[in-house]
Ligand binder design. Structure first.
Ligand code: PEP
Length: 253
């Protein structure tokens, strides 16, 4: 059975004191997660270990790095190796977020290398894909997202891709307060699953968690997460507000 996941993307927000306060305010919800539910907190690199320690008593909660590099070691000042992360007991890494594609010029090919190395190091990639508004307006979103998946994931074998969590994040919905309708989300998630099924078979596609990201809030999580192919959310802004994120967790169904 697919996991239902509420993944937080804190981006470059929260200091350690604020992180501690937030986790305290999530406590009762984190305690009550069922075995098929998971919360993953995507935190800035310096907070990975302190936050990992803070959540160590919760069974179904873990942390994610927000990036890693495509090499294991060497003269790459400022980069972080997936093997270093794994050595610190980090299990998840967000890759291909649209902010990294946009501000740091990350290409499908570069993300492909990172995905491969992350998996080789037994890190679970949370692979982000999604189209810009012009592409949606031209009704080319399916081809665009299929191409992102093809170019960054189709080098994997079935066993490897089944380790990947996919996050569909239409760029026009990220941080804009403009959410995809539940129908738009369901259509794209169903399409993504069919793309995976075509290459790897239906059984494999049915086991992959596909999260929706883009202005998920307390007041729209129920409708979005209720769609058959939506397995939870990757949540930016609302994951920083305890009351919002608690309600989002409550709606993991
Ligand atoms: C994100 O950054 O991945 C995201 C979905 O942000 P927000 O929820 O703020 O739109």
């Amino acid at each position: 059975m697919r996991k239902k996941i509420a993944a937080a993307n804190w981006k470059m927000n929260l200091n350690l004191t604020e992180a501690l306060q937030l986790i305290q305010s999530l406590d009762s919800h984190l305690k009550q997660l069922k075995p098929n539910q998971q919360v993953i907190l995507g935190v800035p690199f310096p907070l990975l270990i302190p936050v990992k320690n803070l959540i160590s008593n919760y069974k179904h909660v873990d942390v994610a790095a927000q990036n890693c590099y495509s090499k294991l070691q060497g003269a790459y000042t400022g980069e972080v190796s997936p093997s270093l992360l794994k050595g610190l007991n980090i299990n998840y890494v967000i890759l291909g977020h649209s902010e990294r594609r946009d501000y740091f010029n990350e290409s499908n090919d570069f993300i492909k290398e990172k995905v491969a190395l992350a998996l080789q190091q037994q890190l679970t990639p949370i692979f982000c894909c999604g189209e810009a508004l012009e592409i949606r307006n031209a009704n080319n979103q399916n081809d665009f997202v299929k191409n992102q998946i093809k170019e960054s994931l189709f080098h994997l074998n079935a066993q490897q891709i089944s380790q990947v969590i996919i996050a569909y994040e239409p760029i026009w919905a990220i941080g804009t307060g403009k959410t995809a309708t539940s129908l738009q989300a369901q259509e794209m998630h169903h399409f993504i699953r069919s793309v995976i099924a075509e290459k790897y078979g239906v059984a494999c596609s049915e086991n992959i968690s596909i999260l929706y990201g883009g202005s998920v809030k307390a007041n729209n999580a129920f409708e979005l997460f209720n769609q058959p192919d939506v397995d939870g959310g990757l949540v930016g802004g609302a994951s920083l507000i305890a009351t919002e994120f608690n309600t989002i967790i409550e709606n993991l169904i």
